[in-house]
Design a protein around this ligand. Structure first.
Ligand code: MG
Length: 191
């Protein structure tokens, strides 16, 4: 008897993070490479940006359901285009990353928009100036048989969202200091 595979539509945050991490790694993108862009972008505005907070922000964003859907869809569209499996004119338009095709940027803006308009302007900076891994993906995507049309925008958007999260954390710390709020640490409970 044929056993029907159980359908599964929802995943835990931990599972979504692991799926995203694996999917991105299979496409040559590590969390560290995304965090590098976040660190580079925020370091232009603030001194002493913590590399750990950048990495943690990327990881947090990769566990969000919206981002899970975006990453999984973006990578699948690129793969289908690489394998020539899309039908009609859109196959070549996506495969060759036509400059006037903007749906990939819409997806990027949507992800970056999780962190408001600042997230989106940060995405615009990465999209135009192509920092780090985004530039690498862009270059590699020009080679025959490789399609990174959607991946470069999703990766840039995750870096931008993380960068905005880092800025929010830093501002929260400054505000707490200014208002005299003391943050307790474990050492406050030890004589
Ligand atoms: Mg693109």
């Amino acid at each position: 008897m044929n056993e029907r595979k159980e359908k599964r539509l929802v995943y835990t945050r931990e599972e979504m993070f692991e799926f995203n991490k694996k999917t991105l790694e299979e496409r040559g993108v590590t969390i560290e490479a995304i965090a590098d862009i976040t660190y580079f972008q925020q370091s232009r505005y603030t001194q002493n940006v913590s590399r750990n907070v950048c990495q943690e922000s990327v990881e947090k964003i990769l566990s969000l359901r919206d981002v899970f859907h975006h990453v999984q869809l973006a990578v699948e569209i690129d793969r289908l285009a690489e394998e020539g499996l899309l039908r009609g004119p859109i196959q070549d338009i996506i495969h060759d990353d036509l400059g006037l095709f903007g749906v990939d940027e819409v997806m990027g803006l949507d992800v970056a928009g999780l962190y408001g308009i600042i997230g989106q302007t940060n995405f615009g900076d990465i999209d135009v100036n192509k920092h780090g891994i985004v530039q690498d993906l862009n270059n590699a995507g020009k080679k025959e048989g490789i399609c990174h049309t959607f991946l470069d925008d999703i990766v840039g958007a995750i870096a931008a969202a993380a960068s905005t999260r880092v800025a929010q954390i830093l501002n929260e710390e400054i505000a707490n200091e200014l208002s005299g709020v003391k943050r307790l640490s474990i050492y406050d409970f030890i004589d």
